[in-house]
Design a protein around this ligand. Structure first.
Ligand SMILES: O=C(O)C1=C[C@@H](OP(=O)(O)O)[C@@H](O)[C@H](O)C1
Ligand SMILES: C=C(OP(=O)(O)O)C(=O)O
Length: 427
């Protein structure tokens, strides 16, 4: 689909961004392997999370979805049945990697496939440790690429030191360890998002957290519960930046998830001088949340690296756009992981923003952006990557002239109501 996007003079008003994608996936997955019913409110109806529902339905779990309300009838891990069809994960890295962890203990074979983007993404980061734990996995490129076949059994715990900070890797191993024998621990070089740890506790599982190491003892059962999903800060990020860079703007984003392992973008925008304030913050919820108020701001360049990177990894495309509107230089480094997301996000961000007039260069593990630069309309594309599509749509708001965005349909992967909400704020 092609969208013709015009500049916007101001953004004003209040929206509630849709539910958090990471939390929505986990609520369905953990509910599916728990004993008893799980109810979910605020579920994200984006394509990625619908892929998770579809896969667990194929494994025989009764799941009823009515918009943002979902009911999962869990019968424990032993309640999963072999699927007669391949488990198709669409565009979702989280679905395939976390499911591999769960399927490592099912006594049957499953085949997992996905779209063209998933076909390029590395899976050995999870298949290797899961094979060490005892799962039998085969697939393209020695089990690195889909289609993957996994034959589960009873896994043995491992003490795994992950070379990368990845919540998908950590979660897959912890999920496999939960049903396995003995203790399983994962040590990360830098802490990644901790939704799995928090939610497992809500399902009655004991999780040990010791700095960069997370451990569980095998043989623990999950008990169905209620999960309230806060708004996705990774979706809010597009409007946080839009509010800061579109002139004459003042917007409120309600009930945005504020888990500290996800709020790197707020720290960066503060360092850049953005006018962001908070209201109605609930720090006590299992997943903290609050309202964000953003006003048009004068931004300055900054450096983003090290421990901050996993706390804002999915927000780097939109932070790069903010940096084009900041005075001075912004340097992003240690973000090599961007090269293995839905697209190579270093390449796609730099290519497309250059077409709109940005002064931006790729480095091996990040980018260097010089601002402030006026942007102009251009013919750009998402390359099928939802976050690139949304970043370019926000860029079009401040560009002179019309922007044509191709493959805009990719945005429905994480934010099906994105254009509607943009329109609400633009009126
Ligand atoms: O666990 C999760 O829900 C996610 C973890 C991150 O990926 P990595 O684990 O590959 O860093 C993130 O980029 C992705 O959007 C969602
Ligand atoms: C990287 C992302 O998701 P996933 O890895 O689940 O495809 C994302 O949503 O930006």
């Amino acid at each position: 689909m092609e969208k013709h996007l015009k500049p916007i003079l101001a953004l004003n008003g209040t929206i509630t961004v849709p539910g958090d994608k990471s939390i929505s996936h986990r609520a369905v997955m953990f509910g599916s392997i728990a004993d008893g019913q799980t109810t979910i409110n605020g579920f994200l109806t984006g394509e990625d999370c619908l892929s998770t529902i579809s896969c667990f339905k194929k494994l025989g779990v009764h799941i009823q979805q009515d918009g943002e309300k979902v009911t999962v009838e869990g019968k424990g891990l032993a309640g999963l049945n072999p699927s007669s069809e391949d488990l198709y994960v669409g565009n979702s890295g989280t679905t395939i990697r976390l499911m591999l962890g769960i399927l490592a203990n099912t006594p049957f074979t499953s085949t997992l496939t996905g779209d063209d983007s998933i076909a390029k993404r590395p899976m050995n980061r999870v298949t290797q440790p899961l094979m060490q734990m005892g799962a039998l996995i085969d697939g393209n490129d020695s089990g690195n690429k889909v289609p993957l076949q996994i034959q589960g059994g009873r896994t043995k715990g491992i003490q795994y030191t992950s070379p990368i900070a990845s919540a998908q890797v950590k979660s897959a191993i912890i999920l496999a360890g939960l049903e396995g024998e003995g203790i399983t621990s994962v040590k990360e070089p830098v802490k990644s998002r901790d939704h799995t740890e928090r939610m497992l506790e809500a399902f009655g599982v004991k999780v040990e957290n010791d700095g960069l190491t997370v451990s569980v003892e095998g043989g623990q059962k999950l008990t169905g519960t209620h999960i309230e999903v806060p708004g996705d800060i990774s979706s809010a990020a597009f409007f946080i930046v839009a509010g800061a860079i579109v002139p004459n703007s003042e917007i409120t984003l309600k009930k945005v998830g504020l888990n500290p392992t996800r709020t790197g973008i707020l720290d960066v925008l503060e360092a850049m001088g953005a006018d962001v304030s908070y209201e109605n913050v609930n720090h006590d919820a299992s997943e903290p949340y609050g309202d964000l108020l953003i006003k048009t701001s004068s931004l300055k360049g900054t450096t983003i690296k090290g421990d901050l990177i996993p706390r804002l990894i999915d927000e780097i495309p939109i932070i790069a756009l903010a940096a084009t509107q900041a005075e001075g230089q912004t340097i992003i480094q240690d973000a090599h992981e961007l090269r293995v997301k839905e697209t190579d996000r270093i390449k796609t961000v730099v290519n497309e923003l250059k077409k709109m007039g940005a002064d931006i260069e790729a480095t091996e593990d990040g980018m260097i952006i010089n601002g402030k630069t006026p942007l102009h309309g251009a013919s750009v594309q998402s390359y099928g990557d939802h976050r690139i599509g949304m970043m370019l749509s926000i860029a079009s708001c401040i560009a002179e002239g019309e922007t044509t965005l191709t493959n805009s349909e990719a945005i429905a992967v994480s934010y099906p109501t994105f254009f509607e909400q943009l329109k609400t704020l633009a009126n």
